[in-house]
Design a binder for this molecule. Structure first.
Ligand SMILES: NC(=O)c1ccc[n+]([C@@H]2O[C@H](COP(=O)([O-])OP(=O)(O)OC[C@H]3O[C@@H](n4cnc5c(N)ncnc54)[C@H](OP(=O)(O)O)[C@@H]3O)[C@@H](O)[C@H]2O)c1
Length: 310
């Protein structure tokens, strides 16, 4: 008996993955959070295929180390733009730097993310996971959007998560002041908010030659969550760790979604690595998505970009 839509992700995790040998020579690819884990593997795979890379990262030493490695190994152009995604003014500064220095953007990969087990707030008072995973990516994408459209055909890919299935999004309590914070739900709320805005963005981009998709990179062994307390770190390293895959599979999946000839022009989809999948209904609620879009604009100080049906 086939699994219901909402449980397909379990079967999809075990499905064979698609790969491609297509090249990406000369494509300009901006990727956030490529100093570790999934993003690092994706940047490496793209550089191996000839793409020039712009690393948006918070740690200059780590960024320069990846820059040096990719340049020396693959001979591609790699630049570093600094931004701590807990500070939206730094995201703005990074976007301006990119707009000044990078005339064409073929690909934007929104990958940077965190998982906090406890409620923490940014200096501006945003719950950290919501700010880093959703608000910063929303702001960066919007600030670069005209340049991406002018570069069409172009692609935007969000590294989202099956974690969106945990839910937790409450527009009346985005900073978890009224509820007890639960790490998985906080993470789920941020990923849900992101997915909801992606469907709106997809409608807005119709006819522009820019595609936008989201993906779950697999359950892979990375540094995510390792900035939490010792108990969680021990759990992740010794209990969860043995069941996790190598992050190389995520890099290969991201590469397939961007480079495969059959993926060109495909937009508005969610992938579990390389297999298309249906997200949870709460992450497909278009009325809620329109509210999240507007609230995200308000919180990031962006002007309102009217949605397709407004
Ligand atoms: N690992 C999994 O099983 C899994 C599953 C589903 C989804 N994901 C998603 O995959 C994405 C990448 O995560 P990962 O697993 O590769 O974790 P990771 O190894 O911790 O990498 C996260 C990246 O995000 C960057 N980052 C974190 N906080 C930041 C901030 N405040 N400002 C700027 N950059 C920041 C990190 O920079 P530093 O190197 O400076 O720390 C790092 O480059 C995330 O969106 C995550 O939600 C992962």
């Amino acid at each position: 008996m086939p699994l219901p839509d909402e449980l397909q992700f379990m079967a999809n995790a075990l499905k064979p993955q698609k790969t491609t040998d297509a090249r990406m020579d000369g494509k300009v690819c901006i990727i956030t959070g490529a100093t570790s884990g999934v993003g690092y593997q994706a940047a490496k795979r793209l550089a191996q295929a000839g793409a020039d890379i712009v690393l948006v990262c918070r740690n200059p030493q780590k960024g320069e180390a990846v820059q040096q490695e990719l340049t020396e190994t693959f001979g591609v152009k790699v630049s570093v733009v600094l931004a701590d995604f807990t500070r939206l003014n730094e995201v703005r500064r990074a976007a301006n730097e990119i707009l000044d220095q990078i005339p064409r953007i073929d690909i934007l990969i929104n990958n940077a993310g965190v998982h906090r087990t406890h409620r923490t707030l940014t200096e501006a008072g945003f719950e950290t996971a919501f700010c880093v995973n959703h608000l910063a990516a929303f702001l960066l994408t919007r600030l670069l959007l005209d340049r991406i459209i002018a570069s069409a055909p172009a692609q935007i890919l969000y590294v989202n998560s099956e974690g969106h299935r945990f839910g937790g999004l409450d527009l009346d309590d985005l900073d978890w002041a009224k509820r007890r914070y639960k790490g998985l739900q906080g993470y789920g709320a941020a990923k849900t908010a992101q997915l909801l805005t992606i469907w709106e963005l997809n409608d807005l981009l119709a006819g522009t030659g820019v595609t936008v998709n989201a993906m779950h990179p697999g359950a892979v062994r990375t540094q995510i969550g390792m900035d939490n307390g010792w108990l969680y770190r021990t759990y992740q390293r010794f209990i969860l760790g043995p069941f996790l895959q190598k992050p190389e599979v995520s890099g290969e999946a991201i590469y397939y979604l961007l480079a495969a000839p059959e993926m060109q022009g495909v937009s508005g989809k969610f992938y579990n690595k390389t297999n298309v999948e249906t997200p949870m209904p709460h992450a497909m609620n278009r009325a809620l998505g329109k509210r999240v879009w507007t609230v995200s604009e308000e919180l990031t100080g962006l002007p309102h970009l009217p949605l397709k049906e407004e």
